[in-house]
Structure formats: C-alpha cells, structure tokens
Write a protein of this length. Sequence first.
Lengths: 390, 390
Amino acid sequence: MKDAGNFPIVGMVGGGQLARMTYQAAIGLGVSLRVLSASGDDSAALVGADVRIGSHESLDDLLAFAKGCDVVTFDHEHVPGEHMLSMWTAGVVCRPGPDALALTQNKLLMRELLTGLGMPCPRFAEVPAAAPLRFLESFAEESGWPVVLKAVRGGYDGKGVWVLDTLNRETAELVQGLLARGAELMVEEHVPFRRELAALVARSPHGQGAAYPVVETVQQDGICVEVISPAPGLDDALALRAQGLALELADRLGVVGLLAVELFETESGLLVNELAMRPHNSGHWTIEGARTSQFEQHLRAVLDLPLGDTAPAAPYTVMANLLGGTDPDVYSRYVHVMAHDPAVKVHFYGKSVRPGRKIGHVTALGHDLDEVRARARYAADHLRGPVPDA
Amino acid sequence: MKDAGNFPIVGMVGGGQLARMTYQAAIGLGVSLRVLSASGDDSAALVGADVRIGSHESLDDLLAFAKGCDVVTFDHEHVPGEHMLSMWTAGVVCRPGPDALALTQNKLLMRELLTGLGMPCPRFAEVPAAAPLRFLESFAEESGWPVVLKAVRGGYDGKGVWVLDTLNRETAELVQGLLARGAELMVEEHVPFRRELAALVARSPHGQGAAYPVVETVQQDGICVEVISPAPGLDDALALRAQGLALELADRLGVVGLLAVELFETESGLLVNELAMRPHNSGHWTIEGARTSQFEQHLRAVLDLPLGDTAPAAPYTVMANLLGGTDPDVYSRYVHVMAHDPAVKVHFYGKSVRPGRKIGHVTALGHDLDEVRARARYAADHLRGPVPDA
C-alpha cells in the first residue's frame, strides 16, 4: 500500500478546486493524493497523477476508489450518508467520519445539535409540510420579517437559501413549490449582523487542535467575494471566543481534518451560521498568509501527523475570489495584472470561464490593510474582465 | 493548443525534483506543465497529469514531446547540443535557447566566454591530451597545488571534479585514465575562498530581470547541504556586485528563465564558479522565503509574463537538503519532526531512499539566524535517520 519511504496514500472524494489545492500541498509532503472525480475536466482531475473517474453517489465507485487508500477524505459534503456508513462498515478509514459529515448535510440536524451543545445560533424551526404558510407567519410574528428559508439538505454558495421579506403570492408559491417537490424546509430568524466572520480550526484523530486567526468574510449575492485575515478591529476576547467555540465544536462533533465555522457578529455577540468539514474558501488566504496552508493542515490532520503552525506570515492577508466574466480569455489579462503588482498571487482552478463562476482567487499581503485590500480587489477585478450588463 | 481560458502549455524536459516543484507552481498559475521523463518513477512523473515517457537524448522523443507545447524548458542541462539546435530549427520555442544552454554543458567554453566578458574567474586552462602531466605540473608551478581537475562535459554535485593535491602515481593514473576514455579535461586554480555564494536571477525574453537576495551555500563532499538567505554579514556592495554580475551575465548570454551563478567569495572579491540555467538547489528557500518562488519565477520568465516580487518573506530563511540515510522508512520520522517544530516545512521528492541521495529538503525561517539554522539542521538530520558508518 505504501510507496518509497513508506508514505501513505490519501484518497480525496471530489475533484474540485479544494482537491486541486490539496494536491499541491500533498506534493510537498510527499504524500500521494488520489482523487475521485466525476469528470476528467474537473479542477483536480486536470492536475492529478492518480485520478479515478467515478461518482460520489455510487457506492461501488466509492469502495473501488477507497481500495489501497490509507485514509479517505472529502472535497465536498455530498457523499450520501448511507454510503458513508457503508464505507465505514467496510473498514474504510473516513476522515471526517460519517457522523460528523452527516451534520453538514442536514442543516436542521446541525442546528438541533449545536443548540443542544449550548452553541449560540439564530432562532430556527422546521417548516411543517402541513400548513407551512401559517407556520411561517407565526414564526415571523416572534422573530420579525424578513425570515430566512433554507432547504434542510443540499445547497451551497447561496443556493438553497431564500430571504423572505414577507409572505405574498410569490413567496407562498416558492414555499409550496419546494414542498411539493419533496424538499424539507426550515426557517431561521434573519440576524441583523454587523459582519460575517469565519473561524477555521483543525483537529487530528488523537485530539490535537489548531486554530487559524479569525477572518472577516465579505459576501455578495450569497457568494464569498473577499476574506480579510485577521478580521479588522475584532475584539481580542471575541476572537478567542470564536476560536474556542470552533475548537470545542470540532471536539464535540468528533471532526477530523478541518472545520470551518461561519459566524455572524452581532450587537450581542457571535452566532453560528454554517459549518464545513474540509478546506474552505475562507481559508484560501493561508496558502501565502500562514505558515501552514489549510490544505497542508487538512492532510496532516487526516494522517494524524502533528499539526502545523498557524501563525500569520504578514500583518494582513486579503483573498479575493476571482469570478468569471463574459470574456473567457483570462490568460491575456495576466500580463497586466502581474506587471501592475509583482507581489500579488494568482491561483487558477483550471475551470472554463462562465459569468459569476468561481474560477480562481488572488491573494495579497502586507502591513497596510487598505492598500492590501485594494491590491487584491484590483487584481481580481481586472482578471475578471468585462462583466455582464446588470 | 490552449485550454480553457487560453492558458499555455509549458513542456519541461526532465522529470526530477525541479520539474516536480515547478509543477506545484504551475498548478497555481493555471499553466499546464507537460513533463518528459525517462521513467514513470521520476520525481515529477509521480505527480504530473501529463507525463510523456521518453529520453532527452532522443531527438524523436524530444520533437514528439514538444508538439503542442507553447514553450519548452529544462529541468537539467543534459539535452545534447545538436538536439537543441534541431529543435530550434524545427521551430520549437526553447527557453533557454541552444546557445545559452550549450555553455552549461561545456565548462571550458563557459570559462572562455566569461573571461571574454570580463567576468572574474579562477585561472583555468585546457589539459592537452599530449603530455597532460607535464602541463599540469607547469600549471601548478604558477597557481600552486592543489589544482582542480574538471571534466569539460557532464558532471554535477561534485561528480566530474577532482582536487589534486599533487601529482603522484594515483593522480597521474586518474588523469591518464580519463583521457584514455576520451574525456576532455581542464584544470583550474584551487581558489582559497572564504565561502561560497549564489546569485539567482531571472530574465524574460523581453529583457526584464529580477534578482533574489544573494545566498550563502554550504557544501559537504561537493554536495550542497545548506543554503542561508541572505548570506550572513555579506557586505552590501558585494551583494549588489553579485546580483549585478548575474543580471549582466543573463543579459549577455541571452538567458531566458532562471540563471544561478555560483560564486566564490575570496579575500579579493568574487569569482564565478559555475552557472545553471534553471531553478537551482540554492533557490529552494524561495518557496516559503520569498514572495515569488523560483519555480513560479521560471515559469513566468519562459512564458514572458512579468516577473514576480523577489522580496524575502522573513529576515532569514535557511534550507537544508535532506539526504537519504540507511533506513528507508522516512515517513515514520515525520511525526517527531512535525511535533518538534510545527513551523518547519518539509519537501519530499518522491525518491526511493539511498544513503547520501538528495531525497528532499526542509526550510525554516525567522528572525534569529542561529535558531533558524538549528531548526532546519535538526529537521534534516532527524528525517535522515541513521547514517552509514564512516
């Protein structure tokens, strides 16, 4: 099973950009990363030497993939829970394991568990299939409009989440349409937050934990467009609270690997928004901005190697997501961006360009936050090129 | 020829660790790196998605490999000069080109050219096949013993270089044996240097140059074991002189890509020792220690993209080469090294372990040079494990 030097083989289910960047880290560590990818055109499939084409929804594909891997981990949360259990039963070492990963697939279960652990969360409730509209009205009577409607399963990057300002004909049809198609729904209060934060931690099987600086994430239309590390002006006590909360969660949920906790900062403190148990968009800044990138850290954690130093490499690091524009010839815009700012770092995911699609990210770091933000923003905007008319 | 986003394809001839680390950089840039490797077990062949197995000594293999590449570059200097010219004639964009690369294959030609350019070099001469011993005696009469005997072609990591303390039966047999086997030989004065330095620069086709901080390289038995950036206590004027000399050389020789100039620091100034036109062992520290790694820089240069920032990321960065010991189970020693120093960075090349073979390197950085050196040294020594009895 082991290659020269007894180095292990890590299997990663999913061939997206997270697997691609994990692959870069694996090369340095000398660890073989095998990727299960739906298509040879996926981000990680384009660069990996050991890519198996198959579906994460097929148990046969998953079991064939896992054969010969020392440990299996995940680029996304979409492996069906029953397949996770079957792999586990078959003796596949899955990190994170089925119990932990199940929480990221079911927002209602996640909220119930978090609340049970005493973690601060927005008010929430399951929307009953019988009389859903009356239920929403009464929920909003207490929490006020707007409310946030969520699909219990699936959804990411703003998909599966709807902010309802009120119940009218349009929103009522949305709710009833979703239920008619079999969706399970939940509702949450719309939190009047100051800003969004993310706390990224790693946990290893033997229980070591490591926390990265808490970052601010800036969203547009439900998509993260910018991450600032550390979150500017964040109160030290609140930062420690966020890190402590994420470490405690990782421990209580038995997470192995990375755990990203998305948080709302409100007038009265922190509320947990979402969880992800893998390298996360809010941690891409760590490639240049921290001594150990989140991708290396994830590999160290799932291999039960001691965790790496999370210290920042500069006072401020800003990551800007690079979204596709209308002109697919991104490369021709490289020259200008690199000439304009020789220190900005560009990461491409090998994806075909579509308007609004995340096709890469850029990172800048330095002492002056305003300057660093402007540099990252400029590079991402210029590389995007023309955007569709609003 | 181009993939999504019009990203180019770079071909790299040679599948060693330099190609492996260049591959990591290419993934981030979104550039496809195709590798020509002698074997599927080579360092870069183990990780690349687009690896062609073939010989750099076969023109057919080289031309087939180059087909579809926007530019071809090199992990080593061993492509025969006539093949370089044939590729060039066939319209393959080779960077560096045949003229420049030829200099790294012929130490005598290189010395003659450097001397012609007014670059400071050790005294040297060709050893004639007729009466070589008498020639060596008379050379040593002027420069003193010991002298350095070199094979004009081939040789690296101390191979093809012999320090002769005097002419006796053993050394005479060495010289005559080499000549009898058809080797061309040259002799150089043995420079009483204080230490060895290296100046790493990049040059792009349109003539942009970029210089990294000048480093000190520490050799043992002709193999570089440690690189310190910047060279401690190096006089500013001398550092500028080394950078200027390397930039001028790159320009005068028409180098495209990286140029590493190995230098002797002597009582009376700098002398040029060797040249390499590719990423170089003396630049591995740049992965963590500079804003732009030498591997990214090489890709930017050969693609004629603006060069990246060479500023150091920390006051001191130390790279220690990791040599194989007698116990091949390197991975089992990971745990201790990572637990001992969470901030040290380990790079493995995927090579099977043999005593004395370069199988990876480690990098440490920080403010206190003694501490940083000790950390890098400790990690490399521990990972090596038991060494053969002396």
